[in-house]
Ligand binder design. Structure first.
Ligand SMILES: NC(=O)c1ccc[n+]([C@@H]2O[C@H](COP(=O)([O-])OP(=O)(O)OC[C@H]3O[C@@H](n4cnc5c(N)ncnc54)[C@H](O)[C@@H]3O)[C@@H](O)[C@H]2O)c1
Ligand SMILES: [Zn+2]
Ligand SMILES: [Zn+2]
Length: 361
């Protein structure tokens, strides 16, 4: 037996999203149906709508969510009906070459539900990042459900499901920021501000926020930025060097993902420092750097997929820090909206008016 619920779909490239009825099948082996309580609006949902990720319309959007497990399929033992979970888009397989080497955060064969959710006429939906949580209920692989403390506010911990985790992890996991480090973060949207919060949690003493938008820089201070640089007015490389005793930051995180911001990150870092690319570039972008500078400056140039997180390790831990008041996830929520307001939320995101809009069910 299947269920019919309301969900937000993107039917064609660039067209406004619409709320419609979707059909959620009963969970098969290894699957779970989750009643969604909250789902953040992420830039990646907009990328899907604009055709930037694939052409497999219609998409069921939304992927930054928390909810309650309602039903589980055969063989599911890690979660049970009633569990409060944050959904993740990298359910690790445990058997690929990355998993077998003990590096499951790089898993090369992550799992999604095998069955498809559909429209009422049977048209199969492509769920965003294998989740599709702008829906009252969604079907996922059980491994995509990570149990966290149910005392937490769904709208807040749901954000760990994507952008906030990516940013926190870019600093804490990929960048390996540690106490006393100097860190610069270029681009202070949801991801960049989370990187700032992660750097602060990890003990960085100098945290420079760089953005072209003054409002974002004001927000960055709330998350722990010790200095801000508006790169529309000031050369960010010079500014970061000046703020770090003339040498550059130990870790520079590019949370925009454009050739010019990557170049800034590359040159704003100290010798033997680390560059972390967490912003996602588009296919036509290229960069040219003097190879001697790549060699001569030493250190590490890294990319961060989903903050190199391991949901089973990181979601419960970060939820605990949130409940202890040490990680202000609430501060990322600019507004709570309904399912019918996702299109408006995209417009606000596009204009930089929000850090996160979160759909509440
Ligand atoms: N690696 C991952 O796993 C992962 C996960 C989620 C999101 N992302 C990516 O991270 C990036 C940021 O996402 P977001 O949700 O924070 O987006 P956002 O739109 O909220 O924030 C982007 C910020 O960058 C600033 N900016 C734009 N151009 C700039 C420039 N040239 N110099 C300095 N600042 C500039 C904007 O003013 C804005 O504050 C996106 O590319 C997104 O796709 C990556
Ligand atoms: Zn694997
Ligand atoms: Zn996302």
């Amino acid at each position: 037996m299947s269920q019919e619920v309301r969900g937000v779909i993107s039917r064609a490239k660039g067209a406004p999203v619409e709320v419609t009825t979707i059909v959620v099948p009963d969970p098969g082996p290894g699957e779970a149906v989750v009643r969604v309580q909250a789902c953040g609006v992420c830039h990646t949902d907009l990328h899907y709508r604009e055709g930037g990720i694939s052409d497999e319309y219609p998409f069921l959007l939304g992927h930054e969510a928390a909810g309650i497990v309602e039903q589980v399929g055969e063989g599911v033992t890690d979660v049970a009906p009633g569990d409060f979970v944050v959904l993740n888009w990298r359910a690790v397989c445990g058997v690929c070459r990355a998993c077998r080497r003990g590096r499951p955060w790089y898993c090369f064969n992550t799992h999604n539900a095998a069955q498809k959710m559909t429209l009422t006429d049977g048209t199969e939906l492509s769920p965003a990042l294998g989740i599709g949580a702008f829906a009252e209920k969604t079907l996922v692989h059980a491994g995509q459900c990570t149990k966290v403390d149910p005392a937490a506010r769904p709208a807040a911990v749901g954000l760990l499901g994507c952008g906030v985790m990516a940013g926190l992890g870019a600093a804490m996991n990929t960048g390996e920021v540690t106490r006393g480090d100097s860190v610069a973060v270029i681009g202070c949207g949801g991801v960049g501000n989370a990187a700032i919060a992660g750097a602060a949690l990890a003990g960085a003493t100098t945290i420079v926020a760089v953005d072209v938008d003054g409002r974002k820089l004001e927000w960055a201070k709330k998350f722990g930025a010790t200095h801000t640089v508006n790169s529309r007015e000031t050369d960010p490389v010079e500014a970061v060097r000046e703020l770090t005793g003339g040498v550059g930051a130990d870790v520079v995180i590019d949370a925009v993902g454009r050739p010019e911001t990557y170049r800034q990150a590359f040159y704003a870092r100290d010798l033997a420092g680390t560059v972390v690319l967490v912003g996602v570039p588009t296919p036509e972008m290229t960069i040219e750097l003097p190879l001697l500078d790549v060699f001569g400056r030493g250190g590490r140039l890294k990319s961060s997929w989903y903050g190199d997180c391991l949901p089973s390790r990181d979601f419960p831990m970060l939820t605990e820090l949130y409940l202890q008041g040490r990680l202000d996830l609430d501060a990322f929520i600019t507004e709570e909206i309904t399912l019918d307001q996702v299109e408006e939320a995209f417009t606000k995101m596009h204009h930089g008016d929000v850090l996160r809009s979160v759909v509440i069910f």
